[in-house]
Design a protein around this ligand. Structure first.
Ligand code: ADP
Length: 501
């Protein structure tokens, strides 16, 4: 008998990147006012990719002026259907460049190329197309008032919106912010995360090419306490939308309150309970819990980082999860078979390692993983920011690793006995972003999903995202809902008109 070996999949080539990247203000690609730039780094190797113009207050001022001019110009007068057509054209342009964008995302962020291509890009495209459809459907209504009046509401754009996004899903977070903002007719100033500015700049270039008028879209890369703070506290910005840590969200909200009381929407951290009952399909729960924690190197605000497993199946679950995690392929993010790349930065790598040490010290049982870089890594990746997939068991609610957002590939498994207990423990956190429940008992599924205080609850699945599904946090996980029809509210002012007749 002869066998044919499956040919090994070829490594995807990293994209070529210009050594100097300017910023986009008022339709022009410009250097920063200060002349300063910063390096963006390939987290898989620790090498500098290129230099990016570093925006600060002066650049934010110029970008806000340009955005205001656009609102008062052709953009403000454009038909709603015209905005929809432009958003569809942007989606088409992104699709035509999807390989390059995926490779750029992998280079700057470190996420495996298979994830960039098969998760980030399709969701990004879906989001732009979804909001293209909304552009001419976000309308007010007439309503009866007592007396002789004709009364109606108009849905008007909020105006100039500032948007600050994180580094974990750069393309997708940009789409979540730009899709509804542009559909509703706002102009915008985006500050991408300092770790991952490259895809935002590339999408801005595509937006210019497809014909968004100058100044509608401005992208100012830079750091949080400088460029980000200038945007949040700007007197001529009408709304700030922020995604990032809860602590930073508080700073942004304070800045908004202390300046012009601009509208604020926040999508913040989480410590999501993922609850596995003994009557669940255990193999499906293993898959879901594994994906729900390790996806994107664990750098997800919705990561199922408190994995509650019912006592009766705890040992079986832990044994299977350990076996599965051991087989995780960590390494070169440009290899199509890689499941886990590096963390985004040295700072994040050190932070995660710190949590692992605290976990051990506080008495959690380290089953696999830990502080070491995976031994399978090649020399070129020796200085990359990798962390081994790690599983802790015997985790108790009061331990640091069960309370704080680790944002890394560190799983904490906790044991529980009954439904009431797990609901109470699941809710014992100031976060409320997401949760999941695994069971075949319909009543139990409904009861638990209604009792858990979280913006999204997944039942017998995890990390299912869709542009149509509203997303956001209860409690200190945020304010407002992105995605779906709800996101239109974030970018719309409702005007009431009452006319005597
Ligand atoms: P992380 O620690 O995961 O990077 P952050 O909340 O610090 O999360 O960052 C998310 C985004 O917020 C980034 O674009 C960052 O530059 C920005 N940011 C950080 N600090 C501030 C700040 N003081 N004001 C406004 N934006 C900030």
């Amino acid at each position: 008998m002869t066998t044919t070996a499956t040919p090994a999949k070829a490594r995807v080539n990293p994209p070529k990147v210009k050594a100097q990247q300017p910023m986009l203000i008022g339709g022009k690609w410009v250097a920063s006012v200060s002349g300063k730039s910063f390096s963006t780094v390939d987290p898989a190797t620790g090498q500098t990719i290129c230099e990016v113009a570093e925006g600060d207050k002066a650049d934010i001022d110029l970008a806000v002026k340009a955005a205001r001019l656009a609102m008062d110009g052709p953009w403000g007068r454009m038909n709603a259907s015209g905005r929809g057509r432009l958003l569809n054209k942007l989606a088409d342009a992104i699709e035509a460049n999807k390989e390059e964008l995926a490779a750029l995302e992998t280079l700057d962020n470190g996420k495996p190329i298979a994830d960039s291509l098969n998760a980030d890009l399709p969701l990004t495209l879906q989001c732009y197309r979804y909001y293209a459809g909304w552009a001419d459907k976000n309308h007010g209504s007439t309503f009866p008032v007592d007396g002789s009046f004709f009364s109606y509401t108009r849905h008007e754009p909020v105006g100039v919106v500032g948007q600050i996004i994180p580094w974990n899903f750069p393309l997708l977070m940009q789409a979540w912010k730009w899709g509804p903002a542009l559909a509703c007719g706002n102009s915008l100033v985006l500050k991408p995360a300092e770790q991952t500015p490259l895809t935002a700049l590339k999408v801005a270039e595509l937006a210019q090419e497809v014909g968004f008028p100058d100044g509608v879209i401005n992208v100012v890369p830079g750091f949080g306490p400088t460029a980000g703070a200038a945007l949040a506290s700007h007197m001529n910005v009408d709304k700030i939308a922020f995604t990032g840590e809860t602590g930073t969200g508080k700073i942004v909200m304070t800045a908004a309150a202390n300046s012009n009381l601009k509208r604020v929407s926040l999508e913040l951290g989480g410590k999501s309970p993922n609850v596995v009952f003994a009557d669940a399909d255990i193999d499906a729960a293993i898959e879901g819990a594994y994906f729900g924690l390790f996806f994107n190197q664990g750098q997800c605000c919705v990561a199922g980082s408190r994995l509650f497993v019912e006592e009766k199946v705890y040992d079986e679950f832990v044994e299977k999860m350990t076996r599965k995690t051991k087989a995780r392929r960590v390494g070169d993010p440009f290899h199509p078979d890689t499941e886990q790349g590096p963390q985004v930065s040295k700072e994040q790598q050190d932070r995660i390692r710190g949590f692992i040490e605290v976990g051990k010290k506080e008495g959690a049982r380290l089953l696999i993983g830990g502080a070491d870089v995976p031994s399978s890594l090649s020399a070129v990746h020796a200085n990359g920011y990798f962390v081994e997939p790690t599983v802790f068991t015997d985790v108790r609610d009061e331990m640091t690793i069960a309370q704080e957002e680790i944002f890394g590939p560190v799983m904490s498994i906790l044991k529980f006995k009954d439904v009431n207990e797990v609901i109470e423990r699941g809710n014992r956190t100031f976060y409320g972003l997401a949760a999941a429940v695994w069971t075949k008992d319909l009543q139990k599924a409904i009861r638990v999903s209604h009792a858990l205080k979280a913006g999204t609850v997944w039942v017998n699945c995890y990390d299912v995202f869709d542009a149509a599904a509203p997303f956001g946090g209860f409690k200190m996980s945020g304010i407002g809902r992105e995605l779906g029809q709800y996101a239109l509210q974030l970018y719309t002012e409702v005007k009431t008109v009452i006319m005597a007749v």
